[in-house]
Write a protein that binds this ligand. Structure first.
Ligand code: UT7
Length: 329
């Protein structure tokens, strides 16, 4: 009998209605549509504009859809994990807020702060709870309201990021489909090339930190770009190798959607066909932890039972990795 695997049995996503186009950005910072499209592949991003709403509100929409699609009652969910760096509050975590808003009365959970690798790491965490038998139904989310931490006067960052959420339901699978393998990496020595300078215990918020704009994303784009390409190629190659897979065996590559040039470099790094690469970046920008589940959600109708899927991400921390799974429905 094959081992019990944690399989995705439903996928959902939510993109807020507000749109910030490249044209809109032209009137906000010194940039232009041509530069943004050619350097990043982004045409527009979604922005959560409704007053008094945060990351949990996007996730509530995702959870409601996951429950409806899988015909699951809220009280059947055992665990909820939310990959995010833009939780509603510094504490408590957002997962418990989402559980409360959705009536997941029997669920425990927490957030995972791994930036753009947030969903990837959360998926692995959730899968362990299912595969050990500790939980039967686990919701894994990746979501960020990046507009809450972006300086819309900084052209180097404001053109890239957008808001969005996605998630999956994980359940035990006895047919051998689901989470197969993952390699995850971290390098805290690179924390200064992609971070927020203040707001934590090291440098709590003050009038000075606000005036110095230290509560926004700070990124050294070129340095992150290089590490992202090398990191994602390396872990993807290693996951392929240790599962005796050739690139031709993979039906879909699901890369973090940070920059179209990064995605193309990763695909060409192991000579992978761009036709089989999931892409949402043009319409969503970089939604940080949201990008991978949003891709799965947007491509759900193209997926077939047994499809071999490779997810890969890179982000602040630094954090990165690749996950191999097979589609279960
Ligand atoms: O998701 C988490 C991980 N993050 C990433 O993976 C992002 C990685 N980095 C990137 O995607 C790219 O580095 C950026 C999109 C952030 C920047 O693209 P780049 O090709 O690395 O541009 P650059 O920073 O080297 O800048 C090239 C030029 C500079 O002008 P000079 O010095 O050559 O005159 C910039 O000042 O482009 C200028 N520039 C812009 N021009 C118009 C930078 N941003 C803009 C802009 N519009 N928005």
């Amino acid at each position: 009998m094959p081992p019990i695997r944690a399989a995705i049995t439903a996928v959902a996503g939510h993109l807020p209605e507000g749109i910030l186009s490249n044209k809109d950005l032209e009137s906000m910072v010194e940039t232009n549509d041509e530069w943004i499209r050619s350097r990043t592949g982004i045409e527009q991003r979604h922005i959560l504009k409704t007053a008094n709403t945060g990351t949990s509100d996007m996730c509530v929409e995702v959870v409601k859809d996951l429950l409806a699609k899988s015909n699951t009652k809220p009280e059947e969910i055992d665990m909820i994990i939310c990959g995010t760096i833009t939780g509603d509050l510094v504490f408590p975590d957002t997962a418990n807020t989402i559980a409360d808003k959705c009536g997941l009365k029997n669920a425990f959970g927490y957030d995972i702060n791994a930036a753009c690798s947030g969903f990837l790491f959360s998926l692995t965490t959730g899968a362990q709870f299912v595969q050990t038998g500790f939980c039967k139904k686990v919701i894994v989310l990746g979501a960020d309201k990046m507009s809450s931490i972006i300086d819309y006067q900084d052209r180097a960052t404001c053109v890239i990021f957008g808001d969005g959420a996605g998630g999956v339901l994980l359940e035990p699978n006895e047919e051998g489909f689901g989470f197969m393998d993952a390699i995850h990496c971290g390098d805290g020595s690179g924390r200064e090339i992609l971070h927020m300078k203040a707001g934590g215990s090291l440098k709590p918020p003050t009038v000075d930190t606000v005036l110095a704009k230290e509560h926004f994303v700070y990124q050294e784009g070129k340095a992150v770009f290089k590490k992202a390409v090398n990191g994602m190629i390396d872990t993807t190659k290693r996951v392929l190798e240790r599962n005796n897979l050739k690139k031709e065996d993979i039906d879909w590559l699901v890369p973090h959607q940070a920059n179209m040039r990064i995605i193309q470099s990763v695909a060409s790094g192991f000579d992978f066909d761009m036709e089989k690469v999931m892409l949402t970046i043009a319409k969503t920008g970089n939604t940080t932890a949201g990008t991978l589940p949003i891709c799965l959600w947007k491509y759900e109708d193209k997926l077939k039972k047994g499809d071999k899927i490779m997810l890969t991400a890179f982000g602040g921390g630094l954090t990165w990795g690749s996950t191999y799974l097979t589609w279960a429905y």
